[in-house]
Design a protein around this ligand. Structure first.
Ligand SMILES: Nc1ncnc2c1ncn2[C@@H]1O[C@H](COP(=O)(O)OP(=O)(O)OP(=O)(O)O)[C@@H](O)[C@H]1O
Length: 350
């Protein structure tokens, strides 16, 4: 499919500091893209360059075949929403939204219709005449969202829009934003450091680290086929099955293997895979599953350096009656093992 927005070799320097190292990215029309990565990796800088709020040191930005690298933010038809709601405290929800529309050449009635329409979209018609201080965090964020949507943007840019909200409200707003994105047929780019948010909302995840893109893929692709130990570790939990220490690892060309905690089987029934043993050190209840931390044992039943995390469903634990210090068998299904080949040294963060 033809890209709608193309970023060519976007580089950004703040003085000598390189904040983005040559970013290439293509975004298609109506796509929901998440820029995901740890604090300081350059996500916000990239979003601000796309918005036109920051200029790239080198590189270009093309939208619909037109070079917009130097186009001022106000002419881009993009709307941006931030973590802090940035609402005017002395204006009602209605006026906050109408204020954004004053730059458009609309008459009073058109403005009223548009504000009513977007308030209805975010289910806040009943709060039209409340001030931000009279609204909850989730409601304020919805007003900010309505204000962005009122502009009928070609591209909606979201910078950590949900991180200030509590878990329940965050979850609800995730679904609402995703639904609105689909209903309104927008192209949406969202910055987040929350992997769950990216996995649940995005069509495409762009994983960044140290000012670079390290992997691009659907949520399933980056979760099931991470291309590096960094991505495997940043998105979801992972056990590295490495027997080398950090300095041996740096000089080694040996592939490294890993497995997700939910893919390990507890028990020794199936003989297809070699059984290993571990002593339970921690049992952590996480609602729908338990996370066990085991100290691995060698064949002589002596403890090894290695630990392994295993997730088992709360249902399954009922039959197992697990206790701390218990030694249990477990198996690593071969098809679930992820291998990282070392064409360059493998560095594991953290
Ligand atoms: N105006 C600026 N002047 C100097 N350095 C800056 C400026 N803006 C950002 N940086 C630096 O660029 C790097 C990337 O910042 P950016 O805000 O893009 O990261 P981020 O991935 O969005 O992080 P976070 O999730 O913490 O917001 C950081 O090291 C930051 O200190």
């Amino acid at each position: 499919m033809q890209p709608y927005l193309t970023l060519n070799q976007i580089q950004k320097k703040f003085g000598q500091f390189v904040s983005l190292k040559g970013i290439d990215l293509q975004i298609t029309h109506n796509e929901f893209v998440c820029l995901l990565g740890p604090s300081g990796c350059g996500k916000t800088t990239l979003l601000r360059i796309i918005a036109g709020l920051e200029t790239a040191t080198t590189g270009s930005l093309v939208m619909d075949g037109k070079d917009i690298t130097k186009m001022p933010a106000g002419q881009r038809d993009f709307a941006m929403m931030f973590q802090s709601y940035a609402l005017f405290p002395n204006l009602t929800a209605y006026d906050n939204i109408a204020y954004g529309l004053s730059s458009k050449k609309l008459n009073k009635r058109e403005i009223r219709n548009r504000v009513d329409e977007v308030l209805d979209l975010v289910n806040l018609s009943h709060l039209a005449h409340k001030y931000p201080g009279q609204c909850s965090g989730g409601q304020q964020q919805r007003i900010a969202l309505a204000r962005a949507l009122a502009m009928s943007p070609k591209v909606l840019l979201l910078d950590e829009p949900l991180s200030a909200l509590d878990a329940k409200v965050r979850d609800k707003l995730r679904k609402e934003i995703r639904n609105l994105h689909e209903r309104l047929g927008m192209t949406t780019i969202m910055v987040t450091h929350d992997q769950e948010e990216a996995l649940t909302m995005a069509d495409k995840i762009v994983v960044m680290n140290n000012a670079e893109i390290v992997q691009i893929g659907t949520p399933q692709q980056v979760y099931e086929h991470p291309n590096s130990p960094f991505v495997a570790d940043f998105i979801g939990a992972i056990n590295f099955m490495d027997t080398l220490n950090a300095s041996e690892r740096l000089s080694s060309k040996e592939p490294m293997t890993a497995i997700r905690p939910e893919h390990i089987h507890v028990g020794a029934l199936d003989q297809a895979e070699a059984v290993q043993y571990g002593r339970i050190q921690e049992i952590e209840f996480r609602g729908s599953f338990y996370r066990l931390t085991l100290q691995c044992m060698n064949s002589a039943e002596e403890p090894e350096q290695r630990q392994v995390m295993i997730d088992i469903s709360s249902e399954q634990t009922k039959g197992l009656q697990l206790t701390k210090e218990q030694v249990i068998p477990f198996r690593l299904p071969r098809e679930r093992i992820i291998t990282f080949h070392a064409d360059k040294p493998i560095v594991v963060n953290g």
